[in-house]
Write a protein that binds this ligand. Structure first.
Ligand code: RP5
Length: 174
């Protein structure tokens, strides 16, 4: 990564501001890893012209991975993938009615030729980590940062297990 450059490398896009609370987890993760990003609210259904402009120009702007979150009919990730050759990671968001199963099927069931990598329902953090892993293929500093992140996770689980052994489950949960 060129530190002097302020160009976002990841484009986080979501269909509505009602998606922002979940999608902010992707931004948090990218910040933790020191990856530049931009966040946009663009609705594939309500303003397709804006999406065509944004996704169609993302690569030229320097964006290298798109993380797209949407709920319900969730056309956004698939439409991004149709509009750019950049890798697109889709985040199905749990809506009010079908617990996100509607968005999972919309995002996951892309036709052959237009792939979208789909993470878990509300899995914005993992979408950011997957974006980071894609970027790390050509960024050794970021690759080292991801290894550090994995080590920290390991230490956290080891500490939790040590606490459980020491306290027992009742005190652990108290
Ligand atoms: C989708 O419709 C959005 O991604 C959002 O998850 C859902 C509901 O949108 P709002 O009615 O809250 O704007 O396009």
């Amino acid at each position: 990564m060129t530190k002097a450059d302020n160009t976002p490398l990841v484009g986080i896009v979501m269909g509505s501001d009602s998606d922002l609370k979940v999608m902010s987890k992707a931004a948090d993760m990218l910040e933790e890893l020191g990856i530049r990003y931009e966040t946009r609210i663009i609705s594939a259904h309500r303003e397709p012209d804006v999406l065509v402009e944004w996704a169609g120009s993302a690569q030229a702007k320097g964006i290298r991975v798109i993380v797209a979150g949407a709920g319900m009919a969730a056309a956004l990730p698939g439409m991004c993938a149709a509009l750019t050759v950049l890798p697109v990671i889709g985040v199905p968001l749990s809506g009010k009615n079908l617990d996100g199963m509607d968005a999972v099927f919309s995002i996951m069931q892309m036709p052959p030729g237009i792939p979208v990598a789909t993470v878990a329902i509300d899995g914005a953090k993992n979408a950011a980590l997957l974006a980071a892993k894609i970027l790390a293929l050509s960024d050794s500093e970021l690759s080292a940062g991801l290894k550090d992140y994995s080590s920290r996770q390991r230490e956290q689980v080891l500490a939790k297990d040590a606490k459980l052994q020491e306290k027992g489950y009742k005190e652990y949960l108290a």
